[in-house]
Design a protein around this ligand. Sequence first.
Ligand SMILES: Cc1cc2nc3c(=O)[nH]c(=O)nc-3n(C[C@H](O)[C@H](O)[C@H](O)COP(=O)(O)OP(=O)(O)OC[C@H]3O[C@@H](n4cnc5c(N)ncnc54)[C@H](O)[C@@H]3O)c2cc1C
Length: 437
Amino acid sequence: MEIPSHVDSHYAALAGNVPVRAALAGEVSCDVCVVGGGLAGLTCAEDLARAGMNVVLLEGRRIGWGASGRNGGFVSAGFAADWNDVLARVDLDHARKLHALSQSGVDYVRSVLMDEGCGDLIQGQGGLLLHRSGNLAKIEKSVRQTQIMFGEDREIISGFELRKLVNSDTYVAGVKKKNTFHIDPLGYANLLAKRAERQGAQLFESSMVNALQRVGDEWLTTTAQGRVTARHVVLATSAYGTPFAPLRRAVVPVSTYVMVSKPAGELLRSVITFPGTISDTRRAGDYYRLIGQEDDTRLLWGGRITTRKSEPVRLAEALLGDILAIYPQLEGLEVERAWSGWMGYARHKMPLIGQFWPQKSPNLWALTAFGGHGLNTTAMGGLLVSGAIARGEAVHALFSPWQPVTTGGLFGQAAVQASYFAMQAQDWWAEWRMSRR
Ligand SMILES: Cc1cc2nc3c(=O)[nH]c(=O)nc-3n(C[C@H](O)[C@H](O)[C@H](O)COP(=O)(O)OP(=O)(O)OC[C@H]3O[C@@H](n4cnc5c(N)ncnc54)[C@H](O)[C@@H]3O)c2cc1C
């Protein structure tokens, strides 16, 4: 059998040859079958096994093969949905609870890395959110509002102070966030997998689930060579092949792109000195960070979103063009690797966490649709589902205002793409108006 390989990313190059896990073969029975070996599935499996449950995790390709092992590595509080949209559905008290949960995901990632003695997978601390347009008074007002709502520690910087951190004409102001950091996400996924196995979870790779059936009081999960019978099934498959149609139809795959430069320490540090995560406030914004030390420093740059599934030709060139439009001083920077990945989005951009079909499909759990804000929320969601299954906790009910809504196949994809074009047009319009002032 051909073993699927990770995308050719910087992280995969750092990870080297991680031992391959066997594919499921034959019949296995357990308490919980987790489908999907990304950060959501891994966190849930580890925590369930820690609670004493008998857990099998089935990953169709390799651990961390999906978005979890190829993302930007930003770990920060919040969700993919905008807080204004969240507040349109729930009151402030509810939103505060959600914010605290999203923060608990950040804390969990850090504590796992520290407990395991893998602090070196943390590649930088702090966050800088950059505004390309808008005036300082307005930015200050919105930052104050967020501080009042969620108690986040934020500091606004502009002018010379900002230029010292990111030397570009593009930005009018920046907001520094303390409790944010960035990691090697594939290293982290591999660490979680080992941790789950240490707790007794059985992890299988190359084990694509192709059927899910209710048999009596249990679920029968089938792969090409094996079958798992379990009381509970957790679907943590995101945008990459959910074997349950109502959930698959509720999650749209959205592509985004990342590149890592060749080492260029002196050049990069002459332009960017901020050591943490850097992103802009546009709806389809850029996200980037410096990684590595001294001469070996590289730029990791991500951006662009589209519902197009194939990788664009000349991806590296396109991303380099985006970089040079902001930092023309980086002319001469060379790209080492560029890759794409799919994020799973629900129409409302909030995660889908819970049992959404309790009558017809009891004990079938959705743990998915973390969008472009998954490093903290997969941790949080994995723990919520584990707590619900192992201890009957009901905290995940805080996510019940966000139910699966069918995205309507190709037509739905076209609608999502149209909304991205509209978002980009709004960004350009705001920036154009600003440039005319
Ligand atoms: C390029 C990129 C950059 C990003 N940057 C950031 C960032 O900086 N910060 C942040 O917070 N978030 C970021 N995200 C989002 C974040 O990576 C995701 O939200 C998160 O990793 C989703 O994790 P997951 O476990 O739900 O899904 P995935 O990691 O996609 O895992 C799903 C897994 O399920 C498996 N699978 C699917 N179907 C089956 C099946 N039928 N049987 C068995 N296995 C199956 C897949 O093979 C896959 O490994 C980024 C995403 C991308 C793509």
